[in-house]
Design a protein around this ligand. Structure first.
Ligand SMILES: CC(C)(COP(=O)(O)OP(=O)(O)OC[C@H]1O[C@@H](n2cnc3c(N)ncnc32)[C@H](O)[C@@H]1OP(=O)(O)O)[C@@H](O)C(=O)NCCC(=O)NCCS
Length: 149
C-alpha cells in the first residue's frame, strides 16, 4: 500500500475527529473541544497519513524542552497492520528528536493488546500503571522510550 505523510491542515479536523471516534470507545474518544485543544497546544505537532486517496490515520505529539509526549495515534481499522502507524510514529519521533527531545512518553490502556504490542515493537517500555486513568475507570500503562542520539 502506498502511504504518504503530510502535515495536518485545518480542513482535516472533522475527518480526524471521525477517525478518533472510530478508534476508541465513546467514553475514551476525544470530544471536538479536546481534539482542538491538543492540536493548538504549544509544541504540538500533527501528522496525517494518506492511503488510497483518503486519510488512513494520524498522530499528535507534544513537546516541552527534552520531553516529548504522544497524545494519540489513530489508524482506521481497515488500514491496520499495513505499517501506517509505524510510518506515522517514525516521522513523529524523528521530528521530536530534531527538536531536542530525548525521552518520549505516552499512556495506553492496559487491555489494549494491539496498542501495547505496537508500542513494545517500537521500543517503548512499561514504567508503571496509572489506576483509573481513563473515563470509565480503565487503567493505563505509562510507557516511555529514550530516542537514539
Ligand atoms: C495501535 C495502532 C495505531 C497500530 O497501527 P497499525 O498501523 O496497525 O500498526 P503497524 O501496522 O505499523 O504495526 C507495527 C507493528 O506493531 C505490532 N502490532 C500492531 N498491531 C498489532 C496487533 N493487533 N497485534 C499484534 N501486534 C500488533 C506488530 O509487531 C506490527 O508489525 P507487523 O505487522 O509487521 O507484525 C492501531 O491498532 C490503532 O489505531 N488502534 C486504535 C487506536 C489506539 O489504540 N491507539 C494507540 C493508543 S495510545
Amino acid at each position: 500500500m502506498n502511504i504518504t505523510l503530510r502535515n495536518f491542515e485545518p480542513e482535516d479536523f472533522d475527518t480526524l475527529y471521525e477517525i478518533d471516534q472510530a478508534c476508541y470507545e465513546p467514553e475514551v474518544a476525544y470530544s471536538k473541544r479536546e481534539l482542538r485543544a491538543y492540536l493548538r497546544f504549544s509544541g504540538s505537532d500533527c501528522l496525517v497519513a494518506e492511503a488510497e486517496k483518503q486519510i488512513a490515520g494520524f498522530c499528535i505529539s507534544a513537546r516541552r524542552e527534552e520531553s516529548g509526549y504522544i497524545v494519540t495515534i489513530d489508524v482506521l481499522p481497515q488500514f491496520r497492520r499495513e505499517h501506517v502507524g509505524t510510518k506515522l510514529l517514525d516521522e513523529i519521533e524523528r521530528r521530536l528528536g530534531a527538536n531536542g527531545v530525548r525521552e518520549v512518553a505516552l499512556e495506553t490502556a492496559t487491555d489494549n493488546d494491539s496498542a501495547v504490542a505496537f508500542w513494545t515493537k517500537h521500543g517503548y517500555r512499561n514504567r508503571g500503571i496509572k489506576k483509573d486513568y481513563y473515563p470509565g475507570g480503565r487503567d493505563a500503562f505509562a510507557m516511555s522510550k529514550t530516542l537514539p542520539l
